[in-house]
Design a binder for this molecule. Structure first.
Ligand code: UDX
Length: 446
C-alpha cells in the first residue's frame, strides 16, 4: 500500500446498486493512490461499511418512508431523495470541512467531492464551501451525452415518434433505434418530471470541475471525442473500474450466495448460461415463467439470479410449476443474489442473459462472456444495441420474453457456430487495453 498523501476525498453515491458499485470501486482506486476516503450515504440502501474498514462512512437521513423505499418508481425515489437530502448533506459536509479550515494545516485536507450526476443539489452545496465537485458517470458515456438531449428533442417536437415501434435509427443517438428511445422515454405521464430531472442534471453537471467516466476510448470513442461540444471541463475515462488492481471487497446490497462457485466447479468449460437482470428490473409472473420454461427447454445448465420480490406479487420463486426444479435433474440452480464478478470469471460460464445494466455489460466484456440481451429500461437499451449491432458480441431478444425465443437464443449462443464467432469477437474486445490510467495525474483539485 502506498503512503497516505494526507488528502481526503468525499464520495456520495446515489443509493442504487448500479451506482454504489462503481463509486466504491473508485474509492478503492483512490485509496490505493494515497487518498483518505469518506463516504457520505443515505440510510436507504446504505452500503455495508464493515466490508470497507479503511473508509469512513457517514450516514445522513433521507426522509424516505417504508413504502417509498419499496417503490418500483426509481424516478420518484430519486426526486424524493434529492428533495430530502440537501440539508442533511450540507450539515454533514460542514462538520467535515470546519475542523480542517480551523486548524489551517494540510492534514486531512478535503480535495474534492465526487458524486453521481443524479444528485442535482450537490453542485450548489460544494460551491458554497468552495469545494471542487467531480461527477461520476456510471453509464456508458454515449448514453450520458445522448439522454441529456431528450428534453430538447421533445421541446422541438421530434419526440414522441409517430411510430413507437419504428426500427430505424435515431439520428442524434446512434445506434439507438426509434423504438428503443420510445421505451426509454416511457409514458407521457412521466415525460414532464423526467425532462425536468434531466434538465437539472445537465445544468448541475456543466459547472462541475470534471467528469469521471466508467468507460474508455475503445468503448466510447465517438462520444469522448465530441464531448467538448457540451462540457468544457476535463473528462477522465477510467475504464471498467473493477479491472484496476485494487483489493476485492463486496459492495453488494444483498448477500451473495457463495454456493454458486462450487456448483460451477462441477461443470464443463463454457457450458453454463448465467442469467441475471441486475438490482432494479422486475418481471410479471408470466414473464418469469416464460424465462423458466425457456431455460429448461434448452437442456443447457443455467445459473439464475432471482431477487426476492422481483416477480410481481410474489416473495420469490414460488410460482414455478410443481416439480420444476426436480425436472432439471441438477442442470439448473436458482439463487437470490450471486457473486457476479466471480461467476463471470469462472471458466464454466459460457454466456450471460442480461438486462445490460452498464456494470453487468462491462463485467461481461472484461471476462469475455458473450451476452443475450434483454434490456428493460433507460441506458440498458443503448448498451444492448452496442452489444449486438456495433461490437456484435451478443444476441438481442428484442424484448420478446417468450420461452421459444429464449430457448432459441441460448442454443444459438451456447451450441452453434454463431456463438463461436461471437465468442471470438468478444475475446478480441476483451484483449484490448480497456483501461486508461488517468488516476496518476488526479489530485482532486481544479
Ligand atoms: C442500474 C441500472 O438499472 C442500469 O441500467 C445502469 O446502467 C446502472 O444502474 P443495475 O440494474 O443494478 O443498475 O445493473 P448493473 O449496472 O448491471 O449493476 C448491477 C451490479 O450488481 C453489477 O456490478 C453486478 O456485478 C452486481 N450483481 C448483480 C451482483 O453482484 N450479483 C447479482 O446477483 C447481480
Amino acid at each position: 500500500m502506498e503512503k497516505r498523501n494526507e488528502r481526503q476525498v468525499i464520495l456520495f453515491p446515489l443509493p442504487l446498486q448500479g451506482c454504489i458499485n462503481p463509486i466504491l470501486q473508485l474509492a478503492k482506486i483512490l485509496f490505493s493512490r494515497g487518498f483518505s476516503i469518506t463516504i457520505i450515504h443515505t440510510r436507504f440502501n446504505a452500503p455495508e461499511s464493515s466490508n470497507h474498514p479503511l473508509f469512513t462512512f457517514l450516514q445522513i437521513p433521507d426522509g424516505l418512508s417504508e413504502t417509498e423505499t419499496q417503490s418500483r418508481d426509481v424516478l420518484l425515489q430519486l426526486t424524493l431523495l434529492n428533495n430530502n437530502c440537501e440539508n442533511p448533506f450540507r450539515e454533514c459536509l460542514a462538520k467535515l470541512i470546519k475542523p480542517n479550515s480551523d486548524s489551517g494545516t494540510e492534514e486531512g485536507r478535503i480535495s474534492c467531492l465526487i458524486d453521481d450526476s443524479g444528485w442535482v443539489f450537490t453542485q450548489d452545496v460544494a460551491e458554497s464551501f468552495s469545494l471542487p465537485r467531480f461527477v461520476l458517470c456510471a453509464y456508458k458515456f454515449s448514453f450520458f451525452l445522448g439522454h441529456l438531449l431528450v428534453p430538447q428533442l421533445r421541446r422541438e417536437g421530434f419526440l414522441p415518434f409517430p411510430d413507437s415501434e419504428a426500427e430505424d435509427l435515431v439520428p442524434v443517438f446512434p445506434p439507438l433505434r426509434k423504438k428503443d428511445l420510445s421505451r426509454i422515454m416511457g409514458t407521457t405521464a412521466q415525460s414532464e418530471p423526467l425532462d425536468s430531472y434531466l434538465h437539472k442534471i445537465l445544468e448541475t453537471t456543466k459547472p462541475a470541475s470534471g467528469l469521471i467516466v466508467m468507460s474508455c476510448e475503445e468503448l466510447d470513442q465517438d462520444s469522448l471525442a465530441t464531448s467538448n461540444k457540451v462540457f468544457t471541463f476535463p473528462i477522465f475515462p477510467i475504464g471498467p473500474s473493477h479491472i484496476h488492481d485494487v483489493p476485492a471487497s463486496s459492495s453488494s446490497l444483498f448477500e451473495p450466495d457463495q454456493s454458486c462457485i462450487p456448483w460451477l466447479d462441477k461443470h464443463e468449460t463454457r457450458s453454463v448460461i448465467y442469467v441475471s437482470l441486475g438490482s432494479i428490473v422486475t418481471l410479471s409472473e408470466s414473464e418469469f415463467l416464460e424465462i423458466a420454461c425457456g431455460l429448461r427447454n434448452t437442456n443447457q445448465s443455467f445459473l439464475w439470479v432471482v431477487r426476492p420480490g422481483s416477480v410481481h406479487g410474489k416473495d420469490w420463486i414460488e410460482s414455478l410449476p410443481l416439480g420444476f426444479m426436480e425436472s432439471l435433474e441438477g442442470k439448473g440452480k436458482i439463487v437470490r443474489w450471486a457473486p457476479q464478478l466471480d461467476v463471470l470469471a469462472h471458466k464454466a460460464t459460457g454466456g450471460f442473459l442480461t438486462h445490460n445494466g452498464w456494470n453487468s455489460t462491462l463485467e461481461s466484456i472484461c471476462e469475455g462472456v458473450p451476452m443475450i440481451c434483454l434490456p428493460f429500461v433507460w441506458d440498458q437499451l443503448l448498451n444492448a444495441r452496442f452489444i449486438t449491432d456495433v461490437w456484435r458480441i451478443g444476441i438481442h431478444l428484442e424484448g420478446r420474453i417468450e420461452r421459444r425465443e429464449i430457448e432459441r437464443a441460448v442454443i444459438r449462443l451456447m451450441a452453434e457456430l454463431e456463438g463461436e464467432e461471437i465468442q471470438e469477437r468478444i475475446q478480441v474486445l476483451k484483449d484490448e487495453d480497456l483501461c486508461i490510467i488517468w488516476i496518476e495525474s488526479f489530485n482532486g483539485e481544479e
